[in-house]
Structure formats: structure tokens, C-alpha cells
Design a protein around this ligand. Structure first.
Ligand code: SF4
Length: 313
């Protein structure tokens, strides 16, 4: 079973999950809700042949998604995530390209470990939203949290490169905050410096809410998450906090019209629109995606921020 849902997601609304890698991951995170990683690898080359044979191909994914989408017209996102690291799939690029046919925004949730691979950047460029994890400021902390042989330096370089090369894709960095491990002020200020270099659209602050793999991967209190959000600045928000509305609503034509009329008058960031309309930023992404298809939506970068506007010329 590599396609699951659709399920209501705190971040994405009604999301149809696609798991393209059959329990194979580059990390063995202490906070993983799936337990210890079944097939731990450091690169796509290390995936055993018999495991690779269990990965669904782009044809398998296309057929299954087509069937479910025809029965569920209100799906907000097609989301690559699940039992491992989606960018390990050799079929990811083709899968995303084929799923474009359904005209539903596509999200990839990645642990960022393979971001410095050219093939991964090329695959992820085709997604509308990439949510990429970054938790650590040094290799020791990185290995403690993710139990991996991947180098943090490569991850950060890959994210910077991706941001430069994929300027049409919304890049959110997910910061998983763990009590006593990466929640102190010094770490958060250092993370802020790294995030500033990457220049993502948003920073999603998360903490384990489901039982983690290791008991010592403890969640951080909401009050502390709020302080962390203050330090990280205006791009940061706490997952699950912003939108209390039900996600499983289809695209609302009034909202689409409101966003369209705002963007005809003045350029706005995703956050501006989110604040103005009381929408979750993932939902704003969904409306921008619709406008990209139907109107002359443009994007310019000023002082490191992306501003969207509708070109009336
Ligand atoms: S990257 Fe995700 S799937 Fe892999 S071990 Fe970490 S939490 Fe689990």
C-alpha cells in the first residue's frame, strides 16, 4: 500500500499521501514515529536490489493516484511522504511530472539529506511545495538526532543551492524542536543564521506530538515554542497553530477572487496573504498555484523575500 488517505493534515489540508520508498531512509531519527529505520542507507546506491524492487514505479503511482483522485474531488495536496525518505526513489521526478495531469498541488516532505544531489534538485523543482527538515547546528547534534552518516555541511549547501535554483517552488524548512537537545537559545540563534542563508519561504516549528522512537526525544512546551518563534522572526510559525478552520474544504472561489484582486494592486508575500485572509500558508500556496495556472501570476524577490503579483500588462 503506497498511496494512503486522503487524510486531514495539520499543514496541508486534505492530503493524499504517497509513500515511494518502502521503509528506506537515510536517517534513523530519535523522534521518528515509525520506530527504528528498517533499511538505513546513506545514498540511493546503497539500497539493496531486493528492497528497490519494492519501490513503486511512476506508473504504479500514477495509476493508483488516478483511481483515488477520481473518487475524491476535494483533495488539496498530493504529498510524497511516508515510511522513509522520498528523494531516495529513482522514480520521483517522473512521478511528479505525471501527477501534474491532475492539477492538484504537489508537496514533497523530505529530510533534506540528499539535497546536494543534482538529480534530487531536478526532481524537487517540479513540486509546488517542499517541506525540508533542518534541526541541527553541528555534526554532533545532527548525528545525535538523526543517527546518520550524512554530513550536515552537505545538507545545508544542498538547501542553499535548491533555494537558488528552484525559485518557483515554495521551500519551507521544518525545525523539529527536541527538549534538552536543540531548544536552547544558543542553538536557536545559530539556526536562525543558517536559515537566513538558506532563505526559505517559511520556517515550520514542530515538536514530537506522537510517540517517538526513543523516549528521550521529548516535546517542547508550547510557551517555549512561542519564544523560539520570536527568535526566528516573521517567517516562522508553529505547526498547527495558525489555522483552526477545517482543512477539508475545496478551493473557495471568493477567496481566489480576493487574492487575485489584492495581487493586482500590490505584491504580497505568502505570509502577507496568510495574515490578511486568516489562511494557513499551505492553503495560500494552493491558491497561488491555481492563480499560476489561470492568471499572469509573477514573483519577484526583494531583500530576500518573495513577492507575488498579477501582471496586468
Ligand atoms: S527522516 Fe522521517 S522517516 Fe526517516 S527516520 Fe527520520 S522521521 Fe523517520
Amino acid at each position: 500500500m503506497f498511496v494512503y488517505g486522503p487524510i486531514p493534515s495539520r499543514r496541508l489540508g486534505l492530503s493524499l499521501g504517497i509513500d515511494p520508498v518502502y521503509y528506506t531512509c537515510t536517517f534513523d531519527c530519535i523522534y521518528c514515529q515509525l520506530g527504528r529505520t528498517r533499511y538505513l542507507v546513506s545514498s540511493p546506491k546503497e539500497i539493496p536490489k531486493e528492497v528497490l524492487e519494492k519501490f513503486p514505479t511512476d506508473e504504479d503511482i500514477y495509476k493508483e493516484v488516478k483511481k483515488i483522485v477520481s473518487e475524491n474531488p476535494n483533495i488539496d495536496y498530493l504529498t510524497f511522504a511516508g515510511s522513509g525518505e522520498p528523494t531516495l526513489s529513482p522514480y520521483l521526478k517522473e512521478s511528479i511530472e505525471r501527477l501534474r495531469e491532475f492539477n492538484i498541488p504537489i508537496c514533497v516532505i523530505t529530510n533534506s539529506s540528499l539535497m546536494n544531489y543534482k538529480s534530487v534538485i531536478e526532481a524537487l523543482k517540479n513540486a509546488d511545495l517542499v517541506s525540508a527538515t533542518l534541526t541541527s547546528t553541528n555534526q554532533e547534534m545532527f548525528e545525535k538526532i538523526h543517527r546518520t552518516k550524512i554530513k550536515l555541511k552537505d545538507v545545508i549547501e544542498g538547501l542553499i543551492k535548491f533555494r537558488r535554483e528552484a525559485d518557483e517552488t515554495i521551500l519551507n524548512i521544518e525545525l523539529m524542536v527536541l527538549k534538552g537537545i536543540n531548544d536552547d537559545d544558543e542553538t536557536i540563534y545559530k539556526l536562525k543564521e543558517i536559515f537566513d542563508k538558506i532563505n526559505p519561504n517559511n520556517i515550520e516549528i514542530n515538536t514530537p506530538i506522537r510517540p517517538p522512537c526513543e523516549k528521550y526525544a521529548k516535546k517542547v512546551k508550547y510557551e517555549r515554542l512561542k519564544e523560539i518563534r520570536e527568535i526566528l522572526g516573521e517567517k516562522a510559525f508553529i505547526i498547527g497553530e495558525k489555522s483552526k478552520k477545517k482543512y477539508n474544504e475545496s478551493l473557495n472561489s471568493n477567496i481566489l477572487e480576493r487574492i487575485s484582486s489584492i495581487l493586482k494592486i500590490r505584491p504580497c508575500t505568502v505570509e502577507d496573504l496568510s495574515n490578511a485572509l486568516g489562511l494557513h500558508i499551505s492553503e495560500v500556496g494552493k491558491y497561488l498555484y491555481a492563480l499560476k495556472n489561470s492568471k499572469n501570476l509573477k514573483c519577484i524577490e526583494i531583500d530576500g523575500k518573495k513577492y507575488y503579483f498579477i501582471d496586468m500588462q
